[in-house]
Design a binder for this molecule. Structure first.
Ligand SMILES: [Zn+2]
Length: 142
């Protein structure tokens, strides 16, 4: 069992940058205003940097002013898992990828309508996938 875990860790270490590894596997938090997505406005989906699980969409992203990408809802409640995190003697709700268990960030209840939630997510845990252009593309091909 231990061997399997080590293998998985080794693979992730090769695939991820040191920061991405520390955030997703060691629950580190990136320095605010340094991530690549906190002030990013592309249209598309944000997927898990480790396993590609679809997590958030650009339609629920909002400018929270915190320096981290913030969303008021995940793509689906099934794609994330929320866990109580009481490190640093503060009780917070941790958000993890439901498929691979990667640490993503935390959720707070001071977000905008309609959910009132603020998913405060590390850029390092996300990979942005641009929305596919509509199928009208075939017309311009000729
Ligand atoms: Zn994942």
């Amino acid at each position: 069992m231990t061997e399997e875990t080590t293998d998985k860790n080794e693979q992730l270490k090769k695939k991820l940058t040191p920061l991405q590894y520390r955030v997703t596997q060691r629950k580190a938090t990136e320095v605010p205003f340094t991530g690549k997505y906190y002030d990013f406005h592309g249209k598309g989906k944000y997927v898990c940097i480790c396993c590609g699980n679809e997590l958030f969409g650009s339609d629920t992203k909002f400018g929270s002013g915190t320096g981290w990408p913030s969303f008021w809802a995940p793509v689906s409640q099934d794609n994330i898992r929320e866990e109580i995190d009481n490190s640093f003697s503060i009780v917070r709700t941790e958000v993890v990828c439901s498929r691979c268990g990667a640490h993503l960030g935390h959720v707070f209840n001071d977000g905008p309508k309609p959910t009132g939630l603020r998913y405060c997510i590390n850029s390092a845990a996300l990979n942005f996938v641009e929305q596919e252009p509509n199928s009208t593309q075939t017309q311009s091909a000729q």
